[in-house]
Design a protein around this ligand. Sequence first.
Ligand code: VG1
Ligand code: CO
Length: 564
Amino acid sequence: YQVKEIATKPYDGQKPGTSGLRKRVKVFQQEHYTENFVQAIFNSIKSEGATLVIGGDGRYFSPEAVHIILRIGSANGVAKFIIGKDGILSTPAASNIIRKYKADGGILLTASHNAGGPNNDFGIKYNVSNGGPAPESVTDKIYEATTTIKNYKVIEADPIDLSEIAETTYGPTKVSVIDSVTDYLVLMKEIFDFALIKEFLLNNSESFKVLFDGLHGVTGPYARAILVEALQLPESSIQNCVPLPDFGGGHPDPNLTYAHSLVKAVEEKNIKFGAASDGDGDRNMIYGKGAFVTPSDSVAIIADWAHVIPYFKKKGGVKGLARSMPTSKAIDLVAQKKGLEYFEVPTGWKFFGNLMDAGRLSICGEESFGTGSDHIREKDGIWAVVAWLNIIAAANKESPNELIGIKELLKKHYSVYGRSFFSRYDYEEVPSDGAQKIVDLLNNAINTSSLASTTHQSPSTKQHFTIASVSNFSYTDPIDGSVSKNQGQIVQFDDGSRVIFRLSGTGSAGATVRMYVERYVGPEADEKELDRDAAEGLKGLIEVALEITNLKKNLDREEPTVIT
Ligand code: VG1
Ligand code: CO
């Protein structure tokens, strides 16, 4: 096979963000744009003789991208590609395939929860041999390579039929097209107590209805295999479970705003247990009738109940717990009570990988609807859903005289640990100079301590909040010592409340400012206080946060784009 060298020039801005390179499809469609980035990946890894996995959420432009990777990868000496049927593997399924078949890495074609279709987003992300997102040392190398690229290599062979499960070849490279779901289903059955869940669901089929919403993302076939086929729930327990290249025109993000189809059905049909996942299947939302679980609470509750999940028993118990910095501290309290080690890492799943590989971390989560464990090296939406079902089934077995659902578990948790009220305000696609003003203002407060010890009163609730300190989060990886600076600015109040400001690293246009707000109320508070709506519990603190940063004026926005 003849290897052709094609001349090219660098494109600006091919720097991978929090989770890979994400841009408009139109940007990826520019001449040589995708090819440049793919060649930059091969320039940064050992591609000669490598086995690599290709998967993704099946969004628009995926089949084209798969073939670009085949052409360039083959020319760069890749020995074997393992590809999900139709180019589809959920992000957690891809992580599992990389680990299970001992591949050297994988290329994931996804922009996660960002909208898809010809006028929306596409993304490419590189994962390393542990199955997790490439660490910054690798993504920096890839970026570096994109800035100096002069040519890329290709082999032109007959295209592969991605719809057929088969062992074939592309030029000199072996290609294995595999079923997207099989291996993942095997993994889930090893982790959870399917018999217990099945029995509980069967015995309570009237009083405990389940609804999963795939939002037309990649998880549909996975949810069907697990919920309908393995757990024998009725067909009506899944909706929007046919993956579509444009996600049906929707925004495949499982939160109260974008997963409205789930929220509506749960409320109308009195569904005890609802859940949704995002475009690439790594996020989840747990939502039952009148009971929304914040992701920060979700991971804390899973950690608290981990002993009922067979996987952790088999592994000799939970090793350690972790969360990303802006995630509420609910999980810290569980770790303290159980005497476990716990960690606070920067935003992005790549920061959990080293701790897991070192055997020091079992369960972790992010406030952005990401929950997972060391069964793979990505967050895992379906895993979280089945974990909740497993926990609920076990809780009901322990207390057979009442029906325990999401609401009851939350209440129980708050009565032991107290509650961390948490909310995130997103200001999407704001002008960069406005976002910069907020960053500068806080940096100035850090450098001059101008905000320290100042007290601020909320106009509406009259609560007082005194600032203890303002700082910039910097992380030193305990395993490899690598340092990640400027990971978000933290305004710490003396009552333990926190407000955090961060710029998003996953957007494809403009700047997105995120404001995270957390206020803790101890278990001794009366039930009414613990049971309050999060928006109410946080009202005063949010007013103070907006005032300190003069946010509305600086961003020229009266309201955030999304509140989660
Ligand atoms: C966001 C979230 C972060 C998450 C990342 C990838 O990043 O805040 O917690 O890890 O998305 O999620 P940012 O930089 O925009 O805040 V996803 O489901 O790609 O895969
Ligand atoms: Co995602």
